[in-house]
Design a protein around this ligand. Structure first.
Ligand code: ATP
Ligand code: MG
Length: 630
């Protein structure tokens, strides 16, 4: 079928379209109405329908695939490898569900999950889904302050955690951070369920802290039936990355979520039951929720749960896993690929990845050189896809399950079915033409799977997302985009990442793209810095593939000049960064996104702002050092 026609139908004949997609999952009771859009921008999908995410991910496959792998756990940190079949997973999840019930967790209550990438984290998520509790997963790399604000916001009755995780071969204790967080928060959970991996000793709080292994023994034979939920009940809360400020508690439903994931697995990811899906993300992020935990299993695929980095034991590990587990669909992020770019490229061809149909990449702009580098390196097709925590599944991509539309380097593709995407003028709200820059916006109703609201803050939901474009109530992504004459979109960066140099409006992304085209560059960040004369000037921070190049002053000056000349040639002198600074690491969020707002603040001598989600505070010190007058 023709993708454009498929898309047109999803917008013009919305209810019929989604009623069809809804047949991809099991319903315990049918819905009476496909779409209730009587209270826009709030949307309710599949009204009165009863279903359950855990049933659709696990129970539904028991008849045909009970003995087939469902969850493949690999830790290159501890050396553990465990595979659970659908049947075994079904039993583990019921045990976990029974433990939660015994600890007093009821339908609609929150369970906060603060765990590394271990199977128990998924058991806990599925168990919540099974009994109708609302999970809120907090990325295991967050420290006590970030954790405390999320405990206060979500008010969980139970927290599931572990003694520790491990990263790059070093044990990271979780429990002291958790105890500190509970000390800081005003809400206190009734219980903490501890998975003891025996990685690091920890202290227990009597009565409050419970031992998972001991309780599991008591509930080995547990049979916990699925709680049927109304489609619009809440399945989970997940906080956004916080790249642009205070994280928002994205709230998602049950039925729309299940249908959206099932449909995306079929049309976009083209995963088949019985195959293996590997996403190198983390359960703490939306990619982990959609495409580690729920999507693959809903499609009857096995999912790989990987605890480890892309570099250990060596830079071939991701491809080794692809070969070993016959991965057919893989999902990673540009940031992971840029990490590999600094390594020996022979790792890309060391393993047999011929079974891999497609590598999907998302999370940050995928610049053309990086896309080409990886596509040629592994010799497999790459598909960029653009979306947000808020939407839960791709807004822009190609849907090879519908039509084999060619991809274009640098473009995440076209609007996916269900999304009425428009490019709007920031000030007038009018639609811009082809090849003109506009804010990427979506006309409501948002399709199934998108956020229902911000947890306990309907006003913030409306004010944040639906009030920024003058004159019309549309959802703003806060990203700039442009569409070419063939309908391919290009993301030009975030709306707050635009700089104004002597009256010229430039996306920092375009300058970054230009710098990245220089063969010495591994990755870079460009920010606009206030300038008395020009309003703003661009300032660049560059990480090199080979840092030795700039060890000597002479090398540094030469390369800075070369990079400026590259921008001059490609974009013109207005876009030329006033300085190019060399650093070995960029300040990023824990999810791998560059914190441009913090770099900019430092450059302008301001406070770098909310840093709760920063990966490595030392990266900011490097920026500080780089800009300090010599
Ligand atoms: P916050 O909203 O709290 O500032 P965040 O926007 O970083 O955090 P996410 O929802 O994880 O949180 O990220 C979504 C954003 O990531 C998008 O709005 C876009 O800016 C960027 N993004 C994701 N995928 C792509 C892609 N394929 N190409 C370009 N940008 C992308
Ligand atoms: Mg965002």
């Amino acid at each position: 079928m023709d993708l454009k026609e498929f898309h047109r139908r999803s917008i013009e004949d919305r209810e019929a379209f989604w009623a069809e997609q809804a047949t991809l999952i099991d319903w315990h009771a049918p819905f009476t109405k496909v779409l209730d859009d009587s209270r826009l921008p709030f949307t309710r999908w599949f009204v009165d329908g009863q279903t359950n995410l855990c049933h659709n991910a696990i129970d539904r496959h028991l008849a045909a695939q009970s003995d087939k792998p469902a969850l493949i756990f690999v830790s290159t940190e501890t050396g553990d490898e465990r595979t659970y079949t659908f049947g075994q997973l079904h039993r583990e999840v019921q045990r976990m569900a029974a433990i939660m019930q015994a600890l007093g967790v009821r339908r609609g209550e929150r369970v906060l999950i603060y765990l590394p990438m271990i199977p128990e984290a998924l058991f806990a998520m599925y168990a919540c889904a099974r009994i109708g509790a609302i999970h809120t997963v907090v990325f295991g790399g967050f420290a006590s302050h970030s954790l405390a604000t999320r405990i206060d916001d979500a008010a969980p009755v139970l927290i599931v955690s572990a003694d520790g995780g491990s990263r790059g071969g070093k044990v990271v204790p979780y429990k002291p951070l958790l105890d500190e967080a509970i000390g800081l928060s005003s809400h206190k959970p009734a219980h903490v369920l501890m998975v003891d991996r025996k990685l690091t000793p920890f202290s227990r709080v009597a009565d409050r802290d419970q031992d998972y292994a001991a309780l599991r023994e008591q509930h080995l034979e547990a049979q916990v039936p699925v709680t049927w939920l109304e489609s619009n009940d809440i399945s989970y809360i997940l906080y956004t990355s916080g790249t642009t400020g205070k994280p928002k508690g994205v709230q998602r439903d049950v039925g729309g979520h299940a249908v959206a994931l099932a449909a995306s697995m079929k049309h976009i990811f083209c995963g088949q039951a019985g195959e293996t899906y590997f996403s190198s993300s983390d359960i703490g992020w939306v990619v982990g929720h959609s495409y580690i935990v729920y999507g693959p299993l809903i499609a009857g695929m096995a999912t790989i749960v990987y605890e480890g980095t892309p570099l250990r034991p060596d830079a071939g590990i991701l491809w080794k896993l692809v070969e070993q587990h016959k991965v057919s669909v893989m999902f990673s992020a540009p940031t992971a690929i840029r990490v590999l770019k600094k390594q020996d490229p022979s790792y890309l061809t060391k393993y047999d990845t011929s079974g891999l149909r497609t590598l999907f990449l998302a999370g940050e702009p995928l610049d053309e050189p990086t896309a080409k580098w990886i596509a040629e390196g592994i010799g497999r097709p790459i598909i960029d896809n653009y979306w947000q925590t808020e939407t839960g599944w791709p807004i822009l991509s190609v849907a090879h399950g519908v039509e084999k539309t060619p991809t274009r380097f640098g473009s995440p593709g076209m609007p996916m079915y269900g999304y009425d995407v428009r490019l709007l003028h920031e000030q007038t709200g009018e639609e811009v033409g082809n090849n003109e820059k506009g804010v990427v916006a979506i006309v409501p109703p948002l399709p199934p799977g998108c956020l229902q609201t911000i947890w306990q803050d309907d006003k913030r939901f409306v004010d944040t997302y639906f009030s920024s474009i003058p004159g019309r109530q549309v959802y703003s992504t806060f990203d700039w985009g442009i569409r070419d004459d063939d309908g391919y979109y290009f993301i030009l960066g975030r709306t707050d990442d635009v700089i104004n140099v002597a009256g010229h409006r430039l996306g920092t992304r375009e300058i970054e793209e230009s710098l990245s085209s220089h063969s010495a560059v591994a990755e870079c960040a460009v920010v606009g810095v206030a300038d008395q004369l020009k309003g703003q000037v661009a300032m660049a921070f560059v990480v090199l593939k080979d840092p030795a190049l700039v060890e000597a002053q002479q090398g540094r000056l030469k390369l800075e000049g070369d990079l400026m000349a590259t921008v001059d040639r490609q974009l013109g002198a207005v876009a030329r960064p006033s300085r190019v600074h060399f650093v070995t690491v960029l300040p990023k969020t824990r999810s791998g996104k560059v914190l441009r707002r913090s770099i900019q603040a430092l450059c302008e001598g301001r406070d770098p702002g909310d840093l709760t989600t920063i990966e490595d505070p030392m990266a900011l010190e490097q920026v500080r050092g780089a800009i300090a007058p010599a």
